[in-house]
Design a protein. Structure first.
Lengths: 131, 287
């Protein structure tokens, strides 16, 4: 359902012949965590264009934007609706002399990544400023 | 028990620092609640109750952060196993039993002080080690020593070379008792299958590669990646991090392991004495 709404947004907003993306590929995405790169690579567009698509979906109430914080090894330690809502510190697992041990890191020192998630149920009322 | 009787008050205090403050207060009830943990250890050590300290260490060893090594006897090993009288730079303390012995070793770490004056010095720790037998296994456990050496100095300090490490302590034990590392793959996989715990990080061997996976936000592999879990049941696991199910009502919540080498790590303190012992026994019971 979210997929159809998302694709509907894409085809309404942008010329159909420009979009050579594969709906089958889009359907393999996990709707609970969609990265910009997932959409960029499916449609073969620029990063900025992919962000615009996703942000439009956010304004249309189809997707929610969230942010995750990753440990130095890339493992996601926590996620939240905004960076401010992330915990101040997280535990990351490191190999110390052959044993995996938790090490505390300040969230402010770790990499953050935006991702998107399907909103359950009916989409919110579309933003009046959307095209 | 000469190692405790001859230890400095500071060494005894640093030994007690390895244990949760809660347990220090439970045993030495006269200690004030408002004392900081370092001050608790100092207060007890000042009285020098060495026999009581030895008993406290023995009774509460399982509550500490630990590294655990599990061995089996070599095929050529003698039938009877006698626990050693001492370990490298240490000795057996307390009566113990024929199947369990507590040892205390002394570890000296070099330290470079930068402030207030530039000088080379050292700091020594009393290091608890337990050797025990269980069924066909010999288990050697080490309390994980304080890593923040600098916290023991007022100025800026950098730790240098350490006197002895786990490998150096293990070598003569392995040779003397004729041991070899054992696989705990079976025990680990049985407990995982029984939902005693779920893993959120794995490293495992494929025929032509080594693969690893870390779940986001420590989600369980068995719960969220069933297909991978079924594959992992059949391959050698070389690194796992597990969260113990809350339903088990244990005070130990997480452990890591290399099941191929029989090693475990408990990185957090646990409230109830015996809970980490129980995890080890459960693994070996099903192994």
């Amino acid at each position: 359902m979210w997929l159809e709404k998302f694709f509907d947004i894409i085809s309404r907003l942008f010329p159909k012949d420009f979009m050579v993306g594969d709906i089958a590929a889009l359907s393999t995405l996990d709707p609970s965590r969609i990265y910009v790169e997932n959409v960029r690579s499916i449609f073969g567009v620029s990063d900025r264009f992919a962000v615009e698509l996703l942000e439009t979906a956010v304004r249309q109430g189809v997707l929610q934007r969230l942010v995750e914080v990753a440990c130095p090894d890339g493992a996601v330690a926590a996620s939240a609706e905004t960076e401010g809502q992330l915990p101040e510190s997280v535990n990351c697992w490191m190999d110390r002399d052959g044993f995996m041990e938790p090490v505390e890191y300040a969230t402010k020192d770790l990499q953050k990544t935006v991702f998107y998630r399907m909103i359950d149920g009916e989409p919110a009322r579309p933003n009046a400023s959307a095209a | 028990m000469a190692i405790l009787e001859e230890a400095t008050t500071e060494e005894l205090a640093r030994l007690l620092d390895l244990f949760p403050a809660k347990h220090l207060r439970q045993v030495w009830t006269e200690l004030k609640k408002d004392k900081k943990k370092r001050d608790l250890g100092q207060a007890v050590a000042g009285q020098r109750p060495t026999a009581q300290i030895a008993k406290f260490v023995d009774d509460h060893f399982s509550c500490c952060r630990q590294h655990v090594y599990i061995y089996e006897r070599d095929e050529n090993a003698e039938d009877t196993l006698t626990l050693p009288k001492k370990v490298v730079d240490g000795e057996r303390v307390g009566p113990g039993t024929t199947t369990r012995g507590l040892y205390i070793a002394r570890v000296e770490t070099q330290v470079l002080l930068v402030e207030p004056t530039f000088q080379q010095t050292s700091i020594s720790f009393l290091w608890p080690v337990v050797i025990e037998t269980y069924k066909d296994y010999v288990i050697v456990r080490f309390v994980v020593l304080e890593k923040n050496i600098a916290s023991y100095f007022a100025g800026t300090a950098y730790p240098g070379a350490r006197g002895i490490d786990e490998k150096e302590v293990l070598r003569p034990i392995i040779e003397g008792l004729q041991l070899k590392p054992t696989s705990i793959q079976k025990g680990i996989k049985k407990l995982w299958d029984d939902d005693f715990m779920d893993g959120h990080h794995t490293r495992y061997k494929n025929p032509d590669s080594v693969a690893s996976l870390t779940m986001n936000e420590e989600k369980g592999i068995k719960k969220h990646k069933k297909k991978l879990y079924e594959e992992l049941k059949l391959v050698p696991l070389t690194q796992m991090i597990f969260k113990i199910a809350a339903a088990k009502k244990l005070s130990v919540d997480v452990f890591s392991t290399d099941p191929s080498q029989g090693t475990l790590s408990f990185p957090h303190y646990s409230d109830k004495p015996g809970d980490t012992d129980r995890v080890v026994r459960e693994i070996l019971r099903h192994n």
